[in-house]
Write a protein of this length. Structure first.
Length: 288
């Protein structure tokens, strides 16, 4: 009987208490013999699977090797470990950048004072915008209704720090802004005809970026900065020199259809328009 068959037989056997001693002895003997056999096979296979680079490194440390070769092998091993550790630390699965930015915000003395004075629930803090910066990421974290913490996170040192706390103020969309949007949208003849027929805009969204990131157009902004997640407000405008309008979106209902207009506020031109029956999927037309 093969060892494997004996093991299965002994494992499945139901024996009275009087025979347990013999049962355990036979099982132990079979397992030990099988283990010794498997260990020999494993050791032999391990030799065949030995990693070439490790053989090279261990070979450098042989007693008959010159000292300079041993030193070179030590240096190479350290560099290899450092590269491996850096790769692990930079993995998004290991580092939660948003959590790090939020932690830096909550630990800042000025933010703590704002939260305490305004009796703000820390669970209401949220990330309103995110942009790439040189060697890192910049987060804009809303604190209550009137403040935003600007947090920079370094991708190399994995350290977050508050760089500023700024005021934020929003107001309902002004008539001047509405007229500006209508003027830009009217460069599309179909949208112009709909607006002139008496249809009105029923929902607005504005997307904002920091003024220092401003460019000549939406596409240039994306190419120059890598884009990001802009600050978005609905049916309101931000009043601040710190922010500039990136894009605007609005919707019109007319004769059973829903029209969508997407505007580049940097170049004051239409990015896209779409039309679909109300409560159905939107089909978008990109304006070249």
């Amino acid at each position: 009987m093969k060892n494997e068959d004996l093991i299965k037989k002994l494992e499945s056997a139901r024996l009275p208490e009087a025979e347990l001693h013999t049962h355990r002895r036979l099982l132990k003997t079979a397992l030990l013999e099988n283990y010794a056999y498997a260990s020999n096979k494993t050791a032999t296979a391990a030799k065949r699977r030995r990693i070439p680079i490790m053989s090279i490194i261990t070979g450098f440390f042989r007693s008959d090797r010159p000292a300079w070769q041993k030193a070179m092998a030590s240096t190479f091993a350290v560099i290899l470990l450092l590269i491996t550790a850096l790769a692990i630390n930079m993995s998004p699965l290991v580092r939660d950048y948003e959590a790090m930015a939020m932690e830096a915000t909550l630990n800042d003395p000025e933010v703590k004072e704002i939260i305490e004075y305004g009796e703000i629930d820390t669970d209401t803090l949220k990330i309103d915008a995110v942009f790439d910066i040189e060697n890192g990421i910049r987060y804009f974290i809303r604190i209550g209704e009137g403040k935003i913490a600007i947090v920079d996170l370094s991708k190399w040192t994995f350290a977050s720090q508050i760089v500023d706390v700024i005021d934020i103020e929003t107001v309902p969309i002004t008539d001047a802004s509405k007229q500006k949007l209508v003027g830009i949208a009217s460069t599309n003849l179909e949208i112009k005809a709909i607006l002139e027929s008496g249809a009105s805009i029923y929902m607005y969204y504005f997307d904002y970026i920091p003024a220092y990131m401003s460019s000549s157009s939406f596409s240039n902004f994306v190419h120059e900065t890598g884009g990001g997640s802009p600050f978005c407000v609905k049916d309101e405008e931000i009043i601040s020199d710190y922010w500039t309008e990136l894009t605007a979106r609005f919707w019109i209902e007319y004769e059973g259809n829903k029209y969508f207009v997407f505007i580049d506020m940097l170049s004051e031109s239409i990015l896209s328009t779409s039309c679909s029956p109300i409560d159905q999927e939107v089909t978008t037309t990109i304006v070249k």
